[in-house]
Write a protein that binds this ligand. Sequence first.
Ligand SMILES: Cc1ncc(C[n+]2csc(CCOP(=O)(O)OP(=O)(O)O)c2C)c(N)n1
Ligand SMILES: [Mg+2]
Length: 574
Amino acid sequence: MKMSGAQILCESLAKEGVEVIFGFPGGAVLPIYDALPQYPQLRHILVRHEQGAAHAADGYARATGKVGVCMATSGPGATNLVTGIANACLDSSSMVAITGQVARPFIGKDAFQEVDITGITLPITKHNYLILDAGLMAKTVKEAFCLAQTGRPGPVLIDIPRDVQMEQVEFHYPRQLDLPGYKPTLEGHPAQIKKAAKLINEAQHPVILAGRGIIISGAYAELKQLAETAQIPVVTTLLGVSCFPESHALSFGMVGMHGMAYANLALYNTDLIIAIGMRFDDRVTSKISEFAPHAHIIHIDIDPAEIGKNVRVDVPIVGDVKRVLKALNKLIASTEHTDWLRQVEDWRKEHPSIEIRDSTSLLPQYVVSKIHEVTKGEAIIVTGVGQNQMWAAQHYCYDKPNTLISSGGLGTMGFGLPAAMGVKVGRPDSPVWLIDGDGSFQMTIQELATIVQDNIAVKMAILNNGYLGMVRQWQEMFYEKRYVATPLSCPDFVKIAEGYYLPGLRVKRKEEVVPAIKQAMEHDGPFLIDFMVEPEENVYPMVPPGATLVEIIEAPKKVEKAISDSAKLPVSNI
Ligand SMILES: Cc1ncc(C[n+]2csc(CCOP(=O)(O)OP(=O)(O)O)c2C)c(N)n1
Ligand SMILES: [Mg+2]
């Protein structure tokens, strides 16, 4: 039976189990939009800006483990997706982005709304396609979904000229794919696993450094088994937060620039790093030449390109981390590491890192800890970028798997609101809290209309400090307090909420925090709270850029107001 390219696209999406498309229409995708109503299983959510569609698809993918789908028209619609695609690429999020393209005879003529989107997105996609024959539509969609979610996940873009969408061809959905050259290695090499086990069994001061790969492959139980059997402390990257229960005795929190001082100390002093599903980002390693100077490194990752990219590795193991850990766990002897654990525990006592100082004013950390308390740790937290992101990562105790969703690699302000929307659509039964900055929120604020139109019950907490706070913090510490372009005027967010037909509250005092969070939770639908927090609060601990992981600036102790001159701050270099 003959069908149009647009119908074949929809049929293929349905065959791939797609439930939702985040999109925004335009001339070059009109044939697809016209076909959509024939496929009621494909829910379309109309965003207000295509960047929102990409972040929503990304959030949906991270929350569900399925592929997130976004769609945009040619030209400006396609370029508006670019930030979201790059974001998904850096954080290994499985996404299929569909763009309309000008009709084939117009390609290369600078036609109206023509951009070379496959050229533009070449370095930020796992793969991309320009479909020049509707007969290739079904096969291409199947390939795209396979690539997006297998191996190391990532975004795949499919660009479809308008006339290809209208072309009538026979529809056959391929049962199998032939992708020569694409064979992700899933099983780790047995000899390497043996070597790793030997190192682990012999190590005196081992540390597990876990990343998002644990979450992607669902290796929670295997990670726990490894840590518990050999009594190894677990630290995580930002994107690894929630891959291991944070209240577990072996959990020592996040490492890196704003990681826990004791986690960084453990990483600096360890004799063996077991790095799992992470990529030694510079926010994790800090000064690379002095990263873990005494350690052997075992690196388990599905992407061979990550091995040896940033740090020297003694035992590389390429494979799916769940499968590798399953095999590795069989060779691990039960051990105690009593002295080492006591040492790390002592560091935790000496450098509490996330203690919230006494203050009568409304501290952002306090707000985050109360969101944890009221939600009983059951919520999925989505963040903006900046101080709000770090406080959200530090002060909510993540015990449930995959409950922090944040833009790590690209650090994209504006990710929060649309991503939270995608998370809630994918996980409707979980409470979803957006913890955002006043600056980040304003970057994609228009998606408030989307959550209202589709009644997506995201609870929003804006940590409103009146600044591009993280940049202000750097100016305070490293540019002698010259606050250039960081004081930020904001609209009245409660009125904005009202303007979008949303309930909203402003909170200025500590005692109003818990009642406001409860009110938001009890409300059946989206809800916004504007928390007017201490404007010049800083994120601690902090490893200054270029420093080693243990040159840690810690929170000034027992003072009402954070000291602003970094020279006065205690720097521990142990
Ligand atoms: C799109 C984008 N532009 C610029 C930056 C640089 N940047 C990083 S954090 C930050 C400030 C964020 O301000 P806000 O959202 O208010 O969060 P706060 O740090 O105050 O919590 C900026 C400008 C970025 N990360 N992303
Ligand atoms: Mg701010």
